[in-house]
Design a binder for this molecule. Sequence first.
Ligand code: CTP
Length: 411
Amino acid sequence: MQESSISPSPLAGRHLVLGLSGGIACYKAAELCRALVKAGATVQVVMTDAAAQFITPVTLQALSGRPVYSSQWDAREGNNMAHINLSRQADAIVVAPASADFMAKLLHGGADELLSLMCLARPIERVPLILAPAMNREMYAHPATQRNIAQLRADGSHVLGVGAGEQACGEVGDGRMLEPDELLEELNAFFTPKVLAGQQVLITAGPTYEAIDPVRGITNRSSGKMGFALAQAAWRAGAQVTLVAGPVSLPTPRGVQRLDVQSAQQMQQAVQACVERATVFIASAAVADWRVDGVAEHKIKKGEGGQAPALSFVENPDILAGVAASERARSGQLYCVGFAAESHDLLAHAQAKRQRKGVPLLVGNIGPDTFGRDDNALLLVDEHGSQELARASKAQLAAQLVAIVAQRLKA
Ligand code: CTP
């Protein structure tokens, strides 16, 4: 195995044109601009006159660190061709918000102001156009708008979905622009190579909780962050992802189907219900090895004598070993990845665990060095040997692991 390099955010080093057409969602574009810059992108803002009715160019200039363009007659460009110069440098043009009117104009190749002129003048095969619609629910549902969106997609534009909920006009429905963090995640996914396209990835994450009585239980210090990062990375890479999560307080990654469970038995049932469709199974959960034999129906009281209750335990099913022993896993239709959280002798324990669980790839880490943290260091063990993934953020490690799994699937 070879050392793999640390992959930065998919947006790092990209140059984006962020276009704003008119709509109250312009206020969200300010936050998106900031988030893109924080992710390592450079952002050139272009605004229509209608957008400037909702938010000032000064705000966007301050957030992007670049003067904002809004006119095709802008004399700052030496050749007076802002529409050519700005569109040629971009890795993508992102129009957020894209109003109903602006999309209707794009559809017809209209180019009567700088932003639509740039969209039309961009080299279509090299500079993708990403549109984030934002409008009133009636406008969004109108057949004209839906027809325009369908045609824009057919013409090669990447039209994002919309949010549902309360609108600035007071009505409730579909048509809100996605939130800045949702847009950021859509853009992260857009720039991630689709190495898992067509794959169905099933992931377990977090701890399990084994009840003692209605108010107490046994759990562990797993935060679920690594499994959630893997779910996000797999979705960005084009997979359909199901995440079976123990009790954790983490938001569901965009695009991921999440099933919440408590105990190891519930986790096993959820996995069994989904695993038939899966092509990759990644068991990152820290599953409790034992559960209490006979959960008390009522809270166990302290009692008079100060006597500690005697608990007895039964072994939980080994979810990963069970899946790895299935016909689909053994015939190569399902690729299984196990994790091992150890406290010492990582290599020896990880190698032994890989054999014991019957998985092609096992990912070892030192539990106390990673539980709850945003970073980790991994040791990958397969039939050929071992490979270290140096300490990095869990998001970066997840992206590396997804790339490695994709390579194995190809092989
Ligand atoms: N695992 C599982 N079901 C279990 C126990 C573990 O699916 N009942 C999975 C974990 O999700 C992980 C791998 O098996 O992918 C190893 O888990 P770990 O807790 O490190 O190993 P154990 O089998 O519990 O071994 P030990 O406690 O002896 O280290």
